[in-house]
Design a binder for this molecule. Sequence first.
Ligand SMILES: Nc1nc2c(ncn2[C@@H]2O[C@H](COP(=O)(O)OP(=O)(O)OP(=O)(O)O)[C@@H](O)[C@H]2O)c(=O)[nH]1
Ligand SMILES: [Mg+2]
Length: 332
Amino acid sequence: MRLKTFNARTMSEAMKMVRDHLGEDAIIVSTQRGEGGKGVRLTAALDGADPEFDAAPEPSPLKPPAKKRDTIEYLSDALSRHGVAPNLAERMLRSATTLGIDDPILALAGALDDVFSFQPINDLKPTKPIILIGPPGQGKTLTVAKIAARAAIARRPVHLLTTDTERAGGFEQLQVFGKVLKVEVGRIDTSQRLKETLSGYRKDALTVIDTAGRNPFSPDDMGILRPFVQAAQGDTCLVMAAGTDPLEAAEVARAFAEFGASRLIITRLDLARRLGSLLVAAEAGRLKLADASVTSAVVDGLNPLNPVAMARLLLPDLVAEEAAAPLKRAYS
Ligand SMILES: Nc1nc2c(ncn2[C@@H]2O[C@H](COP(=O)(O)OP(=O)(O)OP(=O)(O)O)[C@@H](O)[C@H]2O)c(=O)[nH]1
Ligand SMILES: [Mg+2]
């Protein structure tokens, strides 16, 4: 097997390069951000390549239309099974058709890259705090702990704060995680206090802020959240569990986007088989897809999202041989 790495501005461009240089049989081995977090660096492999591998081969001829139609039909079925809204599915399929890639995973990855933005938390500016918001019970507190655990493993200083001080047990829940990670948890009652606390922190430390679950359809509830989001001046991430109704998810995403959410962290991916609500939500709120949580365990299980990983999650039948494989292999 021979490996070759391609750098391009977008995932679609990178995949076109792979196809042009290595042909249809190339396998995508890994995808990463390019240097300085810009663009895409994609490594592809080809089985049994000849020694002339590095000399660009002739672009492979386009496959017969019937085969391409099969790919698009397959993707159309898959998106419909996931409950992706018809207008969004149509946009994605149009993009996949334009790309003209036969491999369903790569075709879907290209369409995802075209229609959505991806920005994992690790690619965010390290100097800004991360504030997690969302409806009750979506996994905000556990995700705060996961982000902190990941930073702690990388030996990065971490600050943990919570504004969830009214609800019985809100503070204590994060404190339990804080104790495990040996990080003190700050209890924040007012936006003024949040501003003061943040101004006293080291700039090289990662600050993660947990908030109380809020009802997006209650102006009073959301009114409480707004000053905290403004005071944090951070990267505001909506946390949303997989497996909900797509139309509900879209309304929730739109509401939280109005309050400053610009990224989507997906949770409980291990408990859902239909992921359409997440795509519909990301589109409705113009949210960048950031990370996905696939377990209730604190350490590990928060995985950066990219178009290929998302495509694999959406097409588990093509990825998995056994039931547990799709989640693991989507990030391999
Ligand atoms: N299996 C699984 N469970 C998860 C995942 N993420 C969160 N959970 C569970 O979902 C439940 C709610 O998680 P929390 O972190 O308390 O949710 P929250 O959004 O902070 O809830 P509130 O503070 O009440 O708004 C807990 O039982 C978590 O263990 C996940 O990715 N997989
Ligand atoms: Mg919580």
